[in-house]
Design a protein around this ligand. Structure first.
Ligand code: NAD
Length: 463
C-alpha cells in the first residue's frame, strides 16, 4: 500500500495561477537562479539514493543498478551538463544577414516559454519526470510536474522531496490519474511535455489543440531488432537479452521483437538461454536483478497476449500473479498477425520472427508504424546501412540496444506515431525555449531607408 495522495481537484486552479504569477514576476529568468535550482534537482537525486531505491523497488522491484543506469545516473548527468553549459545555451545567437541589415546584428534570443506541464510515465518514474524538468528549469520556465500514479511510491517520494530542494513558487507537483490530468489540461500552458502511450497522447494533444499549446509527445511503438546471418550470435544474443529484460521488458526502447535470418535461430535461442542463466541464475524469480510487472492490469494484459500466441515458447513462459512475476520468455516462429506482433508488448515477452531474407523483414517493418527505436545486429556495414536506409524510426543502434538513451548529444524522440519532438542535453533546453528573432536597429542613417518609403516609384526599386 502507498501513501500517495491525489491533489484535490479544487486546488489545481490555484496552483496553476500561482505558477503563472511567478513566471510573470520574472523570478525564474536569471541564469543564476536556474543554476541554483538545477543544483537542487541534482542534490535531490544524489542525497536521497536510499529512499529512491526503496520506492523504486516497491513500484517495480527495480535493482539499484538498473535504477542508476536507467534513471538517477542519467538524471544527475543531465543536471551537471545543463549547469555547465547554460551560459552558452542561453546566449543570444547572432545570424548571418545581407548587406541591408549588416549594421543591425540580427540575433536569436533564447527565451523561456512560460509555464509548462510535464506528464511522466511509470516505467522510469523518476527519470521521465525529472529529465525533461532539467530542460524546463534551464530554459527559465515555471513547471507543473505530473508523476505517473501507476508508480505511486516514487510519486509520493518526489512529492515529499521536491519542495525541500526546489523553489515551490516555481515548481509544483500535481498528483492523480485521468481526472486530475484532465483538470490540469483545461488550463492554458505554454508547452506540454508528455511521456506515455499513444492513445493517451492523442487525448493530451487534443486538449492542447484547444489552447493552441505546443506539445512534445514521447510515445512508444514496436521496436524491431534485426539479427542477420553474418553476426556474432553469442554477443548479439547477450546484448539483446540484457536490453529486452532490463526493467522486466518495460522500457519504451526495449527491442520489442526479433527478426532473424533463417539458419541461426536455434543457435540464437541457445545463446539467449545461456545468457539468461548468466544474468539471473536458474530462476529469474529468485534473482535480485530481475524486476516485476508493474501491476495486475499489465500482468493480465501480458498473459493474454502470450496465451493467444501461436508461436512456440522455447524459454520461460511461467507466471505467478501474486508476485506479478512473468519469467523472461522467448517465443519462436511467430508469424505476422500473431498476438505478440500486434501492439507494443511492454513486458518480458520476446517473439522471434524467422525470415528467409532481410527484405522480408523490411517489408514487415515498413507495413507498420514507425517505431521509437530500430536495432540491427550485423557484422557487415553494407547490410546495416541497407536496413537503416530502408526503414524509419525515432532512433537506431547497430550492434547494441538502449544505449542511445544515455548519449545526451543525440536527439531522443519518436517519429510519426512514436512521438513528436525530442529532448536530452541541449535539445531539452531548446524544447522549452522560444527562439525570438530579434533586430536592434540604430535610429541613425535614416537616409538609407528612403528607398522603402512612399511615394513609390520604379526608380526606387531600380526598374
Ligand atoms: P502511464 O499509465 O503512466 O500514463 C502516462 C501518463 O498519462 C500518466 O501520468 C497518467 O496519469 C496520464 N494519464 C492516464 N490516463 C489519462 C487520461 N485519460 N487523460 C490524461 N492523462 C492521462 O503510462 P503508459 O501510458 O502506460 O506508458 C507506457 C507507454 O509509454 C508505452 O507505450 C511506452 O513505450 C511509452 N513510453 C515512452 C517513453 C519515451 O521516452 N518515448 C518512455 C516511457 C514510456
Amino acid at each position: 500500500m502507498t501513501d500517495l495522495t491525489y491533489t484535490p481537484l479544487g486546488d489545481i486552479t490555484k496552483i496553476v495561477q500561482d505558477l503563472r504569477a511567478t513566471f510573470n514576476s520574472g523570478l525564474t529568468k536569471p541564469l543564476a537562479y536556474r543554476k541554483e535550482q538545477l543544483k537542487g534537482l541534482h542534490n535531490l537525486m544524489d542525497e536521497n539514493e536510499k529512499l529512491i531505491r526503496e520506492a523504486s523497488f516497491l513500484d517495480l522491484h527495480k535493482h539499484p543498478q538498473e535504477l542508476v543506469v536507467g534513471e538517477t545516473g542519467i538524471g544527475k548527468q543531465e543536471c551537471v551538463e545543463a549547469i555547465k553549459n547554460l551560459d552558452a545555451w542561453a546566449a543570444p545567437h547572432y545570424v548571418k544577414t545581407g548587406i541591408l541589415n549588416k549594421m543591425d546584428a540580427p540575433h536569436i534570443r533564447k527565451e523561456p516559454l512560460g509555464m509548462v506541464l510535464i506528464i511522466g510515465a511509470w516505467n522510469y518514474p523518476l527519470n521521465l519526470l525529472l529529465a525533461p524538468a532539467v530542460g524546463a528549469i534551464a530554459a527559465g520556465n515555471t513547471i507543473v510536474l505530473k508523476p505517473s500514479e501507476v508508480a505511486p511510491h516514487t510519486a509520493a517520494l518526489l512529492t515529499r522531496l521536491l519542495p525541500l530542494y526546489l523553489d515551490s513558487r516555481s515548481y509544483r507537483i500535481v498528483n492523480g490519474a485521468a481526472d486530475e490530468t484532465t483538470a490540469l489540461l483545461e488550463h492554458k500552458f505554454d508547452h506540454i511535455f508528455y511521456t506515455g502511450s499513444g492513445s493517451i497522447g492523442k487525448i493530451i494533444m487534443g486538449a492542447a489543440a484547444k489552447q493552441l499549446t505546443p506539445v512534445t509527445l514521447e510515445l512508444g511503438g514496436k521496436s524491431p531488432a534485426f539479427v542477420t546471418k553474418d553476426v556474432d550470435v553469442s554477443t548479439a544474443a547477450r546484448r539483446l537479452t540484457w536490453g529486452k529484460f532490463f526493467n522486466c521488458g518495460q522500457t519504451c526502447i526495449a527491442p520489442d521483437y526479433i527478426i532473424i535470418e533463417r539458419g541461426i535461430e536455434q543457435e540464437f535461442v541457445k545463446q539467449m538461454q545461456a545468457h539468461l542463466k548468466e544474468f539471473y541464475g536458474a530462476s529469474a524469480q529468485t534473482s535480485e536483478s530481475y524486476g516485476r510487472v508493474v501491476n495486475r492490469n499489465h500482468f493480465h494484459r501480458l498473459k493474454k497476449v502470450l496465451d493467444n500466441s501461436k508461436g512456440t515458447v522455447v524459454i520461460g513462459g511461467e507466471t505467478q500473479e501474486d508476485d506479478l512475476y512473468i519469467a523472461p520468455t522467448v517465443v519462436l516462429d511467430v508469424q505476422p498477425g500473431d498476438s505478440l506482433l500486434e501492439a507494443e508488448i511492454f513486458g518480458p515477452l520476446l517473439p522471434i520472427m524467422v525470415v528467409d531474407s532481410v527484405q522480408q523483414g523490411l517489408d514487415h517493418v515498413n507495413a507498420g508504424d514507425q517505431p521509437l527505436a530500430l536495432y540491427v545486429f550485423s557484422n557487415n556495414r553494407k547490410t546495416s546501412d541497407f536496413i537503416l536506409d530502408h526503414t524509419r524510426s525515432g532512433g537506431a543502434v547497430v550492434n547494441d540496444v538502449l544505449v542511445q538513451f544515455g548519449v545526451s548529444t543525440l536527439p531522443f524522440g519518436g517519429t510519426g506515431p512514436s512521438g513528436i519532438g525530442n529532448y536530452h542535453g541541449q535539445r531539452s533546453f531548446d524544447t522549452f525555449s522560444h527562439e525570438r528573432g530579434t533586430i536592434i536597429k540604430s535610429l541613425g542613417m535614416e537616409r538609407v531607408n528612403n528607398i522603402r518609403y512612399p511615394p513609390y516609384s520604379e526608380k526606387k526599386i531600380g526598374w
